[in-house]
Design a protein around this ligand. Structure first.
Ligand code: 8YV
Length: 330
C-alpha cells in the first residue's frame, strides 16, 4: 500500500473538491486563497509530487529548473495551459494535464452573452436606469445593432467554438469559422458553418468576430493591428479566450477612433490590470468588460475539480491520465 502522494494546490477550490482531495491524497491546500508568490511556488515544486496550478500561476522554465525529482505531475485546474511551459515540463519528465470539456458550455454561454450585450447596448441600458436617467421611451433612443442574420466569424473552432456556433445559429446568425484544421464535413454540415482557410479574408467579411482558440506562440496577437484593420468599421470583436490573442492596444485605438464599433472582452493582456482607456470606452458604452468569468459557474468549478482528481488518480495508479496535454496540441 503506497504512501499517499503530496498534492499542492495553489488556489482555494470548491469545498467538495478539497474534501475529496483530502480523502485521497496528502494535500497542501491554499485555504485562504491568497495567490502564491513565486517563492511559494519554488517551495511547492521542490516538495510536491503533484502540483495543481491555475491560470494565475506562472510555471515557466526558470521555476521548473528548480523542481525536485519528486515532481511528476502538473494537473492544471483549467483548460488553457498558457501559464505553463509545457514543452520544458515534458522534457523534464513531468506529465501535464488540464480540464477540457467541462467548461465548454459555460464559456460558450458567456461568449453569447457578450455577443448580445455589446451590439444591443445592454450595459448602457442598465447604467441609465441605475443612474435614474430614464426619462421615457422614444422611437429613436438606445438603438443597437441587430444580431439576427448577421455573420459571426469564429476564430478557433474547437469545443467552445462549436458550442458557440450552435448557440449563435439559434439566434439566426450565419456561422463562419477559421481553424488550423478544417472540421470533418459532417460536423461542418451539422453546424451549418462556412470554413475560411484565410483568416484575413474571413475577417474582412464578418459583422462579429469571436476569439475561441487557445493562446500559444502561434496565436499570440493573431488579431494583430494589421488584421484588425481588415475588419469592417461596423464590426464587433468578442474575446473569452485569452487577452494575448488580440493586440489590445491596437484594438483600443481603433475603437477610440471609430474604426471599429466595439468589443466584448472577458480576458485582457495584463489581467487583472485593465487598460484605463478600455475602462473609459466601457463608460462610453463602446465596450463591455468582464473580469475573466467565462467559465465561472459553481457547477463548472466542481466539474473541473473532479477532473483534476481523476487525472491525479489515474496517474498515481500507473495509467495514462485522460487529459494529458501533448506538445502536438500546442
Ligand atoms: C479558468 C480559463 O478561469 O480554463 C481556462 O482556460 O481561462 C478559466 O476557465 C482558469 O483556467 C482557471 O485556471
Amino acid at each position: 500500500n503506497r504512501k499517499k502522494p503530496l498534492v499542492v494546490v495553489t488556489r482555494k477550490l470548491p469545498d467538495t473538491v478539497e474534501t475529496r482531495m483530502r480523502e485521497l491524497f496528502e494535500t497542501r491546500l491554499n485555504v485562504d486563497d491568497t495567490p502564491m508568490s513565486q517563492a511559494d511556488l519554488v517551495a511547492a515544486v521542490k516538495t510536491a509530487e503533484v502540483l495543481v496550478p491555475t491560470v494565475t500561476d506562472r510555471i515557466d522554465a526558470a521555476l521548473l529548473s528548480q523542481a525536485g525529482p519528486q515532481l511528476r505531475l502538473i494537473a492544471q485546474f483549467g483548460n488553457g495551459v498558457d501559464n505553463i511551459d509545457v514543452a520544458t515540463a515534458i522534457q523534464r519528465g513531468i506529465t501535464v494535464t488540464n480540464t477540457p470539456g467541462v467548461l465548454t458550455e459555460d464559456t460558450a454561454d458567456m461568449t453569447m452573452a457578450l455577443i448580445l450585450a455589446v451590439p444591443r447596448r445592454l450595459a448602457e441600458g442598465l447604467e441609465v436606469l441605475e443612474h435614474g436617467e430614464w426619462t421615457g421611451w422614444t422611437p429613436t433612443w438606445m438603438l443597437g445593432k441587430r444580431i439576427h442574420g448577421k455573420r459571426l466569424g469564429i476564430v478557433g473552432m474547437g469545443r467552445i467554438g462549436q458550442a458557440l456556433a450552435r448557440r449563435a445559429a439559434a439566434f439566426g446568425m450565419q456561422i463562419h469559422y477559421h481553424n488550423r484544421r478544417r472540421l470533418p464535413e459532417k460536423v461542418e454540415q451539422a453546424l451549418d458553418a462556412t470554413y475560411w482557410e484565410s483568416l484575413d479574408q474571413m475577417l474582412a467579411r464578418m459583422d462579429i468576430v469571436s476569439v475561441n482558440c487557445p493562446h500559444t506562440p502561434a496565436t499570440y496577437h493573431l488579431l494583430s493591428a494589421r488584421r484588425l484593420k481588415l475588419l469592417k468599421k461596423e464590426a464587433f470583436v468578442v474575446n473569452t479566450a485569452r487577452g494575448e490573442i488580440i493586440d489590445e492596444v491596437a484594438l483600443t485605438r481603433m475603437i477610440e477612433a471609430g474604426d471599429l464599433a466595439g468589443a466584448g472582452l472577458d480576458v485582457f493582456e495584463s489581467e487583472p490590470a485593465v487598460n484605463p482607456r478600455l475602462i473609459k470606452l466601457a463608460k462610453a458604452g463602446k465596450v463591455v468588460l468582464l473580469p475573466h468569468m467565462g467559465s465561472a459557474t459553481i457547477e463548472g468549478r466542481i466539474d473541473m475539480g473532479d477532473k483534476v482528481i481523476v487525472n491525479i488518480k489515474a496517474f498515481m495508479d500507473g495509467h495514462k491520465p485522460p487529459d494529458r496535454v501533448l506538445p502536438s496540441m500546442l
